[in-house]
Design a protein around this ligand. Structure first.
Ligand SMILES: Nc1ncnc2c1ncn2[C@@H]1O[C@H](COP(=O)(O)OP(=O)(O)OP(=O)(O)O)[C@@H](O)[C@H]1O
Length: 247
């Protein structure tokens, strides 16, 4: 469904993505992991066309993302931090989004209802708490029944009740055969929500396979120690590089 072919991206001298090749299929849920600053958000923004890669191509369905942006209609995106005009009210924001997709008559309002956003429709976005703003971002991501959901740290800043509501919704959509891509540093959430793991480190894809395979190659039967071992391996790789650089 999404094919990432030989994508590279530098910011100044920093090589953030170095020749990335990844395949994302419908019906799978992907945990995108890596240390802070390893390029997770950059990869997501490249898929969304918000960051232009230096080389390579991405296809969504059979459509290249270069040029025609209509592929984005298939994607629901929940950003790490949602930026909205301060004066716009929650209700107005949803109306505006609906006006942008007049062809869609049937909305997914499950999260709007679960989070009680209808009752807050007259509150201005600029007055909302961080968590409420996250609830709005989550509800917008699901609004048009997209077949692909890209969720950048979706549970960060949400209270425990909202976290459970959102996780239930993500699992429901996964069961419906959607493609879900999640970044998070909360391993228990990733273990619960995903079946495939991608670990990126220093601009490269260090691991991309099923969580079962991850457990097998690390010799760990639980997700969290398996990730810890992957991280150890990346650090060893780093120290080996450092030693070689000093020779
Ligand atoms: N527009 C930009 N201009 C310059 N540097 C950038 C830009 N966007 C990202 N970077 C840099 O690229 C690197 C990767 O950032 P990115 O946000 O993709 O990391 P991340 O893996 O999502 O991190 P985190 O886990 O902290 O959210 C960082 O060093 C960041 O400072």
């Amino acid at each position: 469904m999404i094919s990432v072919h030989n994508i590279s991206k530098k910011f100044g001298k920093l090589q953030v993505l170095n020749d990335f090749n990844l395949e994302f299929e419908l019906g799978n849920s992907y945990a995108l992991m890596g240390p802070n600053g390893s390029g997770k958000t950059t990869l997501i923004k490249t898929i969304l066309g918000m960051v232009i890669p230096d080389s390579g191509d991405i296809t969504v369905g059979s459509q290249s993302i270069k040029g025609d942006v209509s592929y984005r209609k298939q994607i629901g995106y929940m950003p790490q931090i949602g930026h909205y005009p301060a004066n716009i009210k929650i209700g107005q924001l949803f109306s505006m989004m609906k006006d942008m997709r007049p062809e869609i008559k049937n909305y997914d309002l499950e999260l709007v209802e679960a989070f009680g956003l209808e009752e807050m429709k007259n509150k201005a976005m600029g007055t909302l708490s961080g968590g409420t703003r996250q609830k709005v971002s989550a509800a917008l991501a699901f609004l048009f029944h997209p077949s692909i959901l890209i969720l950048d740290e979706p549970t960060a800043g949400l209270d425990p009740i909202a976290v459970e509501l959102l996780k239930t919704k993500i699992k429901k959509e996964r069961a419906r055969g959607k493609l879900i891509l999640i970044t998070s540093h909360i391993l228990s959430d990733l273990e619960e929500l995903t079946n495939r793991a991608i670990y990126i480190y220093e601009g490269e894809v260090f691991f991309s396979n099923t969580i079962e395979e991850l457990k097998e190659i690390t010799g760990e039967c639980k997700f969290s120690p398996a990730i810890a071992k992957l991280m150890e391996w990346t650090l060893k790789k780093k120290s080996k590089k450092t030693i070689l650089n000093h020779v």
